[in-house]
Write a protein that binds this ligand. Sequence first.
Ligand code: HEC
Ligand code: HEC
Length: 349
Amino acid sequence: MRITQKARLAALGVAFVYAACRAENPVLSVHEYAHPKVVRFLGPMPEPETNRFRPQVIHLGRKLFYEPKLSANGKVSCATCHEQSQGFSDGVALATTGVSGKPATRNSPALINLAWSNNGLFWDGGAKNLESQLLGPLHNPDEMGQAIGVSLDKLKADSTYRRAFEKAFPDQQVSITNLLQAIAQFVRTLVSFDSLYDRVLRQEAMLNDAEARGRNLFTGKCAVCHNGPLMTDNDYHNNGIDTTYPPIHDGQPMGRFRITRKDADIGKFRTPTLRNIAVTKPYMHDGRFATLEAVIEHYSSGIKRSTTLDGKLPAGGFHFSAQDKADLKEFLLTLTDENFLKRKEFHLD
Ligand code: HEC
Ligand code: HEC
């Protein structure tokens, strides 16, 4: 009798654990980052030697990405400013959702295909890689504002996290390195290569006439910087949105100069990808343009002259016709990857 009851309890326990596991979404499988669709254009996803993909680590990284305990007021997680339905950006020019409630000094960028971002992160390249980049938002009082030591203590006090770190890492520790590695791995899995444009590149679909005209214009005028399948050359340019670059906010409006201190880099920012651009508004490093129309108008009639303006961009703009502008927009809309914006591997429930 006692044994059966024990057995029944055990069975219940197993069923409970099973249900708990089943309720959690799977993470992206290793096959998917080495998916032929991706590999065909870019080769396999680069994996840092020191932080190899492992499902348990990605799984933990995803949980941490959505974890408000990592913030000083217990309310802010990475996802507060990087929301899946918006290409992991946040829809406002300068976020005020950080712990301090004060506006951030830059627009929250979309997090897309960053595994291939090999020339610095942040709008000015102020971070070398995803692992080190994460110290920024975790510490910054206008973002999550909590010392890492405090975050680690909170995680150590939670047995679910202790077990997850034990399972994920050979040294089994809840440590800074492991915390950063886990979140970085999850962010690397945010891969978007399944828009209409990709299906066209794979010769599985065709653009309509307006989209095709837009693509031609784009190839001629924009693709030098918004280049290749990543739609970015991972380099720094001045695209003529300003003529002056005040040294306020620790030099943030000065762009790449803040990092290199070379005059030639004043006003240069890292070319953003244009993937999922329809849902990542507002645009530019400070979110100054609310719509794609406003961005296209900038390139048509608003490009400002300055000493560091990129040579590929004419001061005064390209002077697009109304038809050109409409076509360019149609092409940009083909870059939306609905699956990326919804896929369950990228959210918790
Ligand atoms: C309060 C809003 C906020 C929170 C919270 C936040 N971020 Fe960000 N994130 C930003 C802003 C703003 C930038 C751009 C900063 C810059 O370039 O100077 C950024 C930049 C980034 C970048 C660089 C992307 C690129 O293309 O260069 C990554 C990656 C990133 N955040 C991931 C995270 C992760 C992971 C977390 C959680 C640990 C997080 N962020 C929390 C607002 C936020
Ligand atoms: C000389 C390089 C260069 C060329 C050419 C160029 N861009 Fe850009 N583009 C950039 C840079 C750099 C930024 C970011 C600037 C900033 O944030 O201050 C940017 C930003 C954008 C953004 C906003 C992205 C975001 O996430 O905020 C869009 C949309 C865009 N460009 C579209 C275009 C289109 C369309 C063309 C062609 C008409 C074009 N670009 C030509 C370099 C370039």
